[in-house]
Design a protein. Structure first.
Length: 267
């Protein structure tokens, strides 16, 4: 929130920019329209945003059809378990929460698959969606984790169970937190080991590494858990979300609150 490293104070990174694009597609298309969402992602990527993941950039700019580019990228590189689908999932998690567990986890997987061909990314995003849904229903997401894990694809359940266990610490991560497993694990750890929104975000950032994304995922969970009033005003006042490729639009707090309200009304 202090700026630096090429960022103005309160300037949102690619995580929030893509989450806004997801939200606007869901609202304007009255639900999940994958080709429309992919086109919005492409438009944003073509405008050369300040920050974009290498994998996401390749998938969005290589000119392949929307439904083939991510699987082909994964087939060729064998690497697609980054946290890029997880980072943008807060808005879709809110939108699909009222639809129930199966629908929200399915939507998470489908949106994740637009840019990430590795099912590991799909499952991590699905877990996040379900944790937000449970929280909005006033269920303790941490207590519910064992049940959530039972709905994760069997090939990926054990790995997620490890990073989401109560005794796991980010220091135990076997990958950089730019990968989907330690990113989600670190966000849940930050929620579990703190007592308010601000401390959860600070704990996430202090881990270092891919700080904006770990904090974005933590913020999605902690925001659902503690509510809007828990977010410090000194953080929201300078907040602004540029949308490269969209006619110079910049969303500020009032715009984001309106977006959130409309997503919640569609639940």
């Amino acid at each position: 929130m202090c700026g630096g490293g090429g960022w103005d104070p309160g300037e949102a990174t690619d995580d929030t920019q893509m989450a806004v694009l997801v939200a606007e597609s869901l609202l304007e298309r009255d639900g999940l329209d994958l080709p429309d969402l992919f086109t919005r992602f492409q438009r944003w990527a073509a405008a050369e945003p300040k920050d974009i993941g290498l994998q996401t950039e390749d998938v969005l700019t290589n000119g392949m059809p929307w439904d083939l580019t991510a699987p082909i990228h994964f087939q060729v590189t064998g690497r697609a378990a980054g946290n890029g689908s997880l980072m943008r999932a807060s808005t879709s998690a809110v939108h699909f929460a009222a639809a129930g567990r199966e629908a929200t986890m399915d939507a998470a997987r489908r949106i994740a698959a637009l840019t990430h061909g590795d099912r590991a990314a799909w499952e991590g995003t699905a877990i996040f969606h379900e944790l937000v849904r449970l929280t909005l229903e006033d269920t303790d997401p941490l207590t519910a984790l064992p049940d959530v894990l039972s709905h994760v694809h069997s090939d990926h359940r054990t790995r997620y169970a490890t990073v989401l266990a109560p005794d796991w610490h980010p220091e135990k991560a076997t990958e950089f937190n730019g990968a989907v497993w330690p990113c989600l694990g670190s966000a849940v750890w930050a929620l579990r080991t703190t007592a308010n929104f601000e401390d959860a975000i600070r704990a996430a950032i202090d881990l270092g590494g891919d700080t904006d994304t770990v904090a974005a995922v933590t913020g999605g969970l902690a925001g659902a858990y503690y509510g809007l009033d828990s977010v410090p005003a000194r953080w929201t006042e300078p907040l602004h979300v540029p949308l490269p490729g969209f006619d110079g639009r910049v969303l500020r707090l009032a715009d984001l609150l309106d977006l959130a309200r409309r997503l919640a009304e569609r639940r």
